[in-house]
Design a protein around this ligand. Structure first.
Ligand SMILES: Cc1ncc(C[n+]2csc(CCOP(=O)(O)OP(=O)(O)O)c2C)c(N)n1
Length: 378
């Protein structure tokens, strides 16, 4: 018997609408009104300015470790903006901009990164999951949510975020497999930012794209220019509408770049070159979108100052909370605390009693950029 071709149809598309030189493919331009375009840009700029401010807050000891989003604003805002409030958003640990779009108050996120457990709790009725640190574990949760939504006759769509490194985890493959088999309304948004801490994409996979991994599970996969908010929006709109209409899951690979450090505990100059970073800075998602809006006369004057004031007011509200209680570190993991943790908790409580009340925080000095950190001025 001759060999026969069973599947000649596999194709992975790449979508770009507004490229880094400002070229626009008008035939693919999504039909977005001025208010939506302005809202997208505002959210991206807020994401950028807050991110830079948070790095300084961390350097000053006012918040703890966090994962900066700089460079990934279009990937997050272009996708999350296609959801309804009644849809579900499932973040990993690098989705500050997407979370703010979903209504998380800035001071609440700051509280989370300062150690207040309440900072990580979605508001009652808010259809978001909390930040997930264990890589890729949120993917099966998202599929479960989508399965439950469909079971209940709810038309909600679930959007779940993860990085390129997460695609090497078993959870990623299990989630895509279940999503395909159950045909549930979930949109997988992979922010391929080229690095998983110090592991480059070429050591993560031998596949030409991450999008093509969807094909093995019988679901569509598309690669988009993740620094092009219009392309991310268009691909996400299509995937969300398909999911809501009963057409099943989609994997969207947003090709982007982490311009800053992995977390504030990382020094990227140890493992990647200045030239590489500079090359991606030329593809900055905000620069090209600002130029696009300028041509349409939609760029608001004074927006940056307005955003900075909003951030400053949120920081003041956050700092009014005071320091978190260190003993809360023992809460929430176990319903009944095991004896060894009970003993550790008692020991810490005794030490805190001996140490007396915490001294007032020292006033922050001038914020100097650290190695691996760049600040944006526009
Ligand atoms: C299961 C698990 N293994 C290892 C880690 C440590 N870790 C935190 S982030 C990270 C890299 C994740 O890379 P990627 O999925 O590309 O996302 P990115 O950080 O680039 O957004 C690793 C290995 C973890 N948090 N969870």
């Amino acid at each position: 018997m001759p060999r026969t071709v069973l599947e000649p149809r596999f194709a992975v598309e790449y979508l770009s609408i507004l490229d880094s030189d400002g070229n626009l493919d008008a035939a693919l331009e999504p039909d977005l009104g001025p208010d939506t375009l302005r809202a997208l840009y505002r959210a991206m700029l807020l994401g950028r300015r807050l991110d830079e401010r948070m790095v300084r807050l961390q350097r000053q000891g006012r918040i703890g470790t966090f994962a900066p989003i700089k460079g990934q604003e279009a990937a997050q805002i272009g996708s999350v903006a296609t959801l309804r409030p009644t849809d579900w958003m499932v973040p990993s640990f690098r989705e500050t901009a997407a979370m703010i779009w979903r209504g998380w108050p800035i001071e609440k996120l700051l509280a989370f990164f300062a150690g207040h457990a309440e900072g990580g709790q979605p508001a009652p009725g808010q259809r978001d999951l909390p930040i997930t640190i264990p890589v890729a574990t949120q993917l099966p949760h998202a599929v479960g949510l989508a399965y439950a939504a469909r079971y209940k006759g709810d038309d909600a769509v679930v959007m779940v975020y993860f990085g390129d490194g997460a695609t090497s985890e078993g959870d990623f493959h299990e989630a895509l497999n279940f999503a395909g088999v159950w045909h549930v309304p979930v949109v997988f948004v992979c922010q391929n930012n080229q690095w998983a801490i110090s592991v480059p994409l070429k050591k993560q996979t031998h596949s030409r794209t991450l999008a093509q991994k969807a094909l093995a599970y019988g679901i569509p996969g598309i690669q988009v220019d993740g620094n092009d908010v219009l392309a991310v929006y268009a691909a996400s709109r299509e995937a969300v509408d398909r999911a809501r209409g009963g057409g099943g899951p989609t994997l969207i690979e947003c090709v982007t770049y982490r311009l800053s450090m992995h977390t504030t505990a990382d020094d990227p100059t140890k493992y990647r070159s200045e030239e590489e970073v500079r090359e991606w800075e030329r593809k900055d998602p905000l620069t090209r979108f600002a130029a696009y809006l300028e041509k349409k006369n939609l760029l608001e004057e004074g927006l940056e100052a307005q955003i900075d004031a909003e951030i400053a007011a949120a920081i003041a509200r956050f700092e009014a909370l005071g320091p978190p209680d260190p003993l809360t570190i023992f809460d929430h993991v176990y319903a009944e605390r095991p004896p060894h943790l009970e003993a550790q908790r008692e020991e810490l409580a005794a030490r805190l009693r001996r140490a007396g009340p915490a001294p007032p925080p020292t006033p922050p000095g001038p914020a100097l950029p650290m190695r691996g950190q760049r600040t944006t001025r526009r």
